[in-house]
Design a protein around this ligand. Structure first.
Ligand code: F6R
Length: 261
């Protein structure tokens, strides 16, 4: 694991964006796994700026988003398709047909999950999977529980997840109860996983995920097993990790992603 701690969110956004820029420069047809939510907004802004400065092109890249709410059409302002279009896709040169997000309005959700897995397989391995972290340890919408799924599936959203995401809806009742999410197998097949976490409210779960026991009750704890995990935290999210870094050999001290690709 490479652990990077940043003094402020802007530095973190820029570093995460530059990790993607470096990958695309070396591998212009890279396959990216992308996340939504509050965390990546600044990263997508930094990527947009890099494209405007002509530092990088997404013209040959492909993307696969982690998840989509069941029942929200692409033009719903809280749908993840809408989010991606607003925050990234319409500002960069990625061909729309190479951006993939599960269809949460598919008539047959099981078939939609199978279709998404077929697309993932056909694309080959994801080169870089960008992940955020839920307060309950979820990654994608792989929620804590007694078992986890390897493949794309329909997930029942945890009450804590619906509560956390209510800020994107007019009323808490509007938050869908289900979502289609990539499974742990697809996430794990990525060559590199970039986990980005911000805010003091995530300090406990970051600590649990990165130093606690590996358990399905904290899906992000499985990331400890990934051979190429890059973690980027702001000071708030790192609050409980930092005090351990000097004592625990498991954590590398502040490091850079140089030489990753
Ligand atoms: C989003 C996703 C979720 C979020 C997580 C953190 O596509 O899959 O796992 O990454 O809920 O969300 P924020 O960044 O809003 O705190």
């Amino acid at each position: 694991m490479k652990l990077n701690i940043f003094a402020n969110p802007n530095l973190l956004h820029e570093a995460a964006a530059q990790t993607i820029v470096r990958l695309l420069r070396q591998k212009p047809d890279a396959v990216l796994g992308l996340a939504t939510g509050g965390t990546p907004v600044g990263i997508y802004e930094a990527l947009t700026a890099a494209v405007r400065r002509r530092e990088v092109s997404f013209a040959r890249a492909a993307s696969f988003n982690l998840d989509e709410y069941v029942g929200l059409p692409p033009d719903h302002p809280a749908s993840y398709r809408y989010y991606m279009d607003q925050h990234l896709f319409r500002h960069i040169d990625i061909p729309p047909e190479r951006t993939h997000i599960p269809d949460g309005c598919a008539a047959d959700l099981e078939r939609e999950c199978e279709r998404y897995d077929r697309l993932l397989q056909a694309a080959g391995r994801i080169d870089l999977m960008l992940l955020g972290l839920g307060h309950n340890g979820h990654i994608g919408f792989n929620e804590p529980g007694r078992a986890l799924h390897s493949k794309t599936h329909v997930a029942i959203l945890h009450p804590q997840t619906r509560e956390a995401n209510a800020r994107f809806f007019r009323t808490p009742e509007e938050v869908p109860t289900r979502a289609i999410t990539m499974g742990l197998g697809s996430i794990f097949s990525a060559r590199t996983i970039l986990l980005v976490v911000k805010g003091n409210d995530k300090a406990d779960i970051v600590h649990r995920a990165l130093t606690g026991p590996i358990t399905t009750e904290c899906p992000a704890s499985l990331l400890q097993l990934h051979p190429r995990l890059v973690v980027m935290l702001d000071e708030g999210a790192a609050a409980r990790i930092k005090c351990q870094t000097t004592q625990n050999a498991f954590h590398e001290p502040v490091d850079s992603t140089n030489g990753l690709w």
